[in-house]
Write a protein that binds this ligand. Structure first.
Ligand SMILES: CC(C)(COP(=O)(O)OP(=O)(O)OC[C@H]1O[C@@H](n2cnc3c(N)ncnc32)[C@H](O)[C@@H]1OP(=O)(O)O)[C@@H](O)C(=O)NCCC(=O)NCCS
Length: 185
């Protein structure tokens, strides 16, 4: 009889608690996003830097001690690359409305073997819970992907489409919604 694989358990972690999962998280990122492994060192550095951002909140999904999926975010502040890039691209009133007091979901990735079982949605809700922010914002590749469907179905709307971050040619959609996530939007 093959061993039964249990549904992953979700743990919500602060920056100190998430730090030991950084290496495993960037491995999940590379596999989930279909990236080349040579991006790993740079991703590790970025993720470690994010641990110092205010309001850092991570969620790990563990199956038999192994990372199956993760998400993390933090409070957006002037001086942060993502925050400043998006503020600069939005009309002033939109920037005030959406980014003045925002929780920014930086990463959400589920290993392919675990996709389509509700983990992504559960992680999104868990990472956005218990924050002092009024809005949640994120960026996703500007295409009809499962991620885009997930965010739309969770009540996110598009704030920007066809947006390119400095130094990248990839086109992104920036999406946002009010918090809490469970109030229907
Ligand atoms: C996007 C991702 C996190 C979703 O996680 P998941 O565990 O597979 O998603 P769930 O099972 O929780 O499904 C949640 C919703 O996502 C959407 N979705 C999931 N799989 C989908 C698919 N194959 N096609 C279209 N929509 C899909 C649906 O809206 C779904 O809701 P429903 O089940 O009520 O229809 C996951 O597919 C992933 O890691 N993808 C690769 C990495 C990535 O794109 N990360 C996001 C970067 S912005």
């Amino acid at each position: 009889v093959p061993p039964v694989t249990r549904a992953p358990t979700l743990d919500v972690l602060d920056a100190h608690g998430f730090a030991p999962y950084v290496d495993a998280a960037v491995e999940v990122y590379v596999v989930a996003m279909g990236k080349r492994r040579d991006v790993l060192p740079a991703r590790r550095d970025i993720t470690r830097r994010h641990l110092d951002f205010p309001g850092f909140r991570g969620v790990v999904a563990l199956s038999e001690g192994r990372l199956a999926a993760f998400s993390y975010g933090y409070l957006g502040r002037p001086g942060q690359w993502w925050h400043d890039s998006v503020v600069g691209a939005l009309p002033r009133t939109d920037a005030d409305t959406w980014l003045d007091n925002a929780f920014e979901v930086a990463e959400l990735h589920v290993l392919p073997a675990w996709q389509g079982r509700g983990l992504g949605r559960a992680l999104l809700h868990a990472v956005c819970a218990d924050t002092t922010a009024q809005t949640v914002v994120l960026s996703a590749i500007d295409a009809e992907t499962p991620a885009r469907q997930l965010y739309r179905s969770a009540g996110f709307r598009e704030l920007l489409t066809g947006f390119t971050f400095p130094g990248s040619a990839e086109r992104y959609a920036v999406m946002g919604r009010s918090l809490p996530l469970d109030d229907g939007g």
